[in-house]
Design a protein around this ligand. Structure first.
Ligand code: BJW
Length: 256
C-alpha cells in the first residue's frame, strides 16, 4: 500500500522527518501479520491458555513440564515465521534517525531477525532459557522433549529449565527498563505499535515520553487503553501503516 492511501497527520510526518531522537514501543500486534498470535485479541493466546496457569512462576513450579512444552511450542512457531513489512519499516526508520531506540514487549526475536540494531527487550526472549537453580543458560536443552511429569532439567545441576521471559509479578530486566526510560526522556517522537497497553510498566512508557515532551502516535488495529492520551491515533495494520509512514517521512526528508 502506498503512502498516498493513508492520511497521516502532517505534524507527525514533519516531526519524524526532522527528529534526531525517536523511540518506538512494540507489542504483539506487530507480529500478528507474521502469524504469531497476540495475547488478548479473539483467537489470541490468552483465549486458549489462561495466563495464571502458564505465565507466572507459581504455575511453572506447579507444572513445569506443561509450561516447558507450551513455551517449546511457541518457540517452534516463532522460528518458523518471518518478519513482516512492519518489522522491516522500523529497520528503515532506524537508518534515518541518529538516535533510535526500539523497545519491544515481544519475546519472538522478529525485530532482530528483521535487522533492527538497537532493540531493548523488556519481557525477555523466547529463544533463550536458563536453569532456575544455577542460572546457566540452557539453549541446548530440548524443552520439547519434556514429557508429562518429566520436565527438562539442567545438565549441570539438575535444576528446572525455564524460558528467559518475564512473567507476571516478576521484575523486568533492570538495564532494559533503564534504557527504555532514558529513551523516553530523549525522544522527540514516540510510536506505540500493536500493544493493548494494559501491562505495566511497559504500558506507561508512551505517557512517560509525552510527559517529557515527545509527540506520541499510536498505531493499532483498535484504540488501546491509552489511545485517548496520544497525539495521533492511526488505526489499521502495522504491516501496512508503518511502511507507508516511513515512505512519507523519506519523501519529506528528500524534499524538505
Ligand atoms: C494489531 C495488529 C496488527 C493486533 N497491527 N495492531 C501497575 C498497575 C497495575 C498492575 C501493575 C502495575 N505495575 C505492575 C503491575 C502488575 C503487572 C501488570 O501489568 N498487570 C496488569 C495486566 C494489570 N505487571 C507485572 O507483573 C510486570 N512486572 C512488574 O511490574 O514487576 C514489579 C511489580 C510486580 C507486581 C506488582 C507490582 C509491581 C511483568 C509483566 C510481564 C508480562 N509478561 C507477558 C508474558 C511474557 C512471556 C510470554 O510471552 O509468555 O508479556 S504478559 C503478555 O502481555 C506479554 C506481552 O508482552 C504483554 C503485553 O501484551 P501486548 O503486546 O500488548 O499484546 P496484546 O495481545 O494485549 O495486544 C495486542 C494489540 O495489537 C491489540 O491492541 C490489537 O488490537 C493490536 N493488533 N493485530 C496493529 N496487525
Amino acid at each position: 500500500m502506498s503512502s498516498t492511501t493513508f492520511a497521516f497527520p502532517p505534524e507527525l510526518i514533519e516531526r519524524l522527518a526532522r527528529a534526531r531522537s525517536v523511540a518506538v514501543l512494540t507489542g504483539a500486534g506487530i507480529s500478528a501479520e507474521s502469524g504469531v498470535p497476540t495475547f488478548r485479541d479473539p483467537g489470541g493466546l490468552w483465549e486458549r491458555f489462561r495466563p495464571e496457569e502458564l505465565a507466572n512462576v507459581q504455575a511453572f513450579l506447579r507444572n513445569p513440564d506443561l509450561v516447558q512444552r507450551w513455551y517449546a511450542y511457541r518457540c517452534k512457531l516463532v522460528r518458523e515465521v518471518e518478519p513482516n513489512p512492519g518489522h522491516y519499516a522500523l529497520v528503515e526508520l532506524e537508518r534515518m534517525v541518529p538516535d533510535f531506540t526500539l523497545i519491544t514487549q515481544n519475546v519472538d526475536n522478529l525485530h532482530r531477525r528483521a535487522g533492527s540494531q538497537r532493540v531493548v527487550e523488556l519481557h525477555g526472549n523466547l529463544l533463550r532459557s536458563y536453569c532456575i537453580d544455577c542460572g546457566r543458560p540452557a539453549e541446548e536443552v530440548n524443552l520439547e522433549a519434556a514429557a508429562e511429569g518429566k520436565p527438562a532439567r539442567c545438565p549441570a545441576c539438575g535444576g528446572l529449565i525455564r524460558p528467559d521471559v518475564v512473567w507476571f509479578g516478576e521484575l523486568l530486566p533492570e538495564e532494559a527498563l533503564a534504557e527504555a526510560y532514558a529513551a523516553c526522556e530523549r525522544a522527540e517522537v514516540f510510536l506505540s505499535v500493536g500493544t493493548s497497553a494494559v501491562v505495566y510498566p511497559a504500558a506507561g512508557l508512551p505517557l512517560e515520553a509525552k510527559r517529557a515532551g515527545a509527540y506520541v502516535a499510536e498505531i493499532n488495529l483498535q484504540p488501546s487503553a491509552i489511545a485517548d492520551q496520544v497525539d495521533a491515533l492511526l488505526l489499521g495494520k502495522a504491516g501496512e501503516i508503518l511502511p507507508a509512514l516511513v515512505e512519507a517521512v523519506r519523501q519529506t526528508r528528500n524534499t524538505g
